[in-house]
Design a protein. Structure first.
Ligand SMILES: NC(=O)c1ccc[n+]([C@@H]2O[C@H](COP(=O)([O-])OP(=O)(O)OC[C@H]3O[C@@H](n4cnc5c(N)ncnc54)[C@H](O)[C@@H]3O)[C@@H](O)[C@H]2O)c1
Length: 311
């Protein structure tokens, strides 16, 4: 399995590192316009292969190095500066896709495209249009990261391992995202029935504060170190693995929706079965009325951003 990573910056290099540690690919290639950076990152990674899973690490500043890939991870493009929102990047990063993606697909007609570049939902739409690929094969990391952030916050609050928390943040990977509280379970127990002796169910104010913490996470990390890379690195590697190992794993990736809970004509995150062919199916998740209203509004927000960005 050959995995190409387009953009060898903080995120691209960390995705590659996570793929290497997890054995997600047989060959990893790093492509970046900045030849010296691609070379340096690939050399640094290759020198750790002995202690990771066996993989060939190559690099280049010509798109041809990505040819014949099974998965292409797009991390190239502008990133948020402190004070900027993800949507501020929309136009530039959508434009980049219009030039980059057709050439990538020409070299790897059977590849799955995994977009990480922000604003991820808008960039997935731009990549889908530019690629001519079936919608199932153009996905984004979407709210896999936000769901993981919410699970971490809930695990801390309830005093359990994060692996025992099942919770989704769906919709936009951004300010309009929606926590599906009605569906949270911890160790198989619905959140609404979480034992009072264990802290009980968080009240409305506490839940609002938790979601705000999730929404603000990227800003807080960017303010402290300039970029987010570790969590998104493992998130993207997890999605890559679901594809390269044909796992049919349920992940809230961004993909094109047509009539999901009445929502369509938008690329956004809902739980999907992800395997070798990309998104095999979307899973209709039970939501309450308020959550459905919020998801519908989030979809409208992404659609507007796509129109403004020409995605
Ligand atoms: N989806 C998410 O959850 C998530 C999380 C973190 C970061 N991001 C996004 O990932 C993107 C990358 O972030 P970063 O911190 O790695 O930025 P970075 O500046 O460190 O790296 C970007 C790299 O892209 C390269 N590049 C730019 N245009 C290119 C092109 N046309 N072809 C090839 N390479 C090109 C640059 O040379 C640079 O090395 C940003 O859009 C950021 O917002 C998304």
């Amino acid at each position: 399995m050959k995995v190409a990573i387009v953009g060898a910056g903080s995120v691209g290099a960390t995705v590659a590192y996570a793929c290497l540690l997890r054995g997600a690919a047989d060959e990893l290639v790093l492509y970046d316009l900045d030849a010296a950076k691609a070379d340096a990152q690939a050399l640094d990674l290759a020198q750790g292969v002995q202690f990771a899973q066996m993989a060939r690490v190559t690099h280049g500043s010509e798109l041809g190095v990505c040819a014949e890939s099974d998965v292409i991870v797009i991390t190239a493009g502008a990133r948020q500066k402190p004070g900027q929102t993800r949507l501020d990047l929309a136009e530039a990063n959508a434009r980049m896709c219009h030039t980059l993606v057709p050439e990538l697909v020409a070299g790897s007609p059977n590849a799955l495209l995994l977009v990480v570049t922000n604003p991820v939902d808008v960039v997935v739409r731009a990549a889908l249009r530019a690629s001519g690929l079936p919608p199932a094969r153009v996905v984004g990391t979407g709210t896999v990261l936000d769901s993981s952030r919410l699970r971490e916050v809930l695990a801390r609050r309830c005093g359990v391992a994060v692996q025992n928390v099942h919770a989704y943040v769906l919709g936009e990977h951004g300010d309009s995202e929606v926590a599906i509280w009605s569906n949270v379970t911890i160790g198989g127990v619905p959140l609404a029935r979480w034992g009072p002796s264990l802290g009980g169910m968080p009240g409305e104010d506490e839940r609002r504060a938790m979601l705000e913490e999730v929404r603000q996470a990227a800003d807080r990390i960017i303010a402290g170190k300039g970029a987010t890379n570790f969590a998104i690195g493992v998130v993207a590697a997890r999605v890559v693995e679901a594809v390269t190992r044909n796992e049919r794993r349920v992940l809230p990736v961004t993909s094109f929706l047509e009539g999901y809970l009445g929502i369509g004509d938008v690329c956004m995150s809902v739980p999907a079965i992800v395997g070798r062919e990309g998104v095999a199916a979307h899973i209709p998740i039970p939501v309450d009325d308020a959550e459905l209203v919020a998801l519908t509004a989030s979809a409208a927000c992404i659609r507007d951003a796509c129109v403004r960005a020409g995605a």
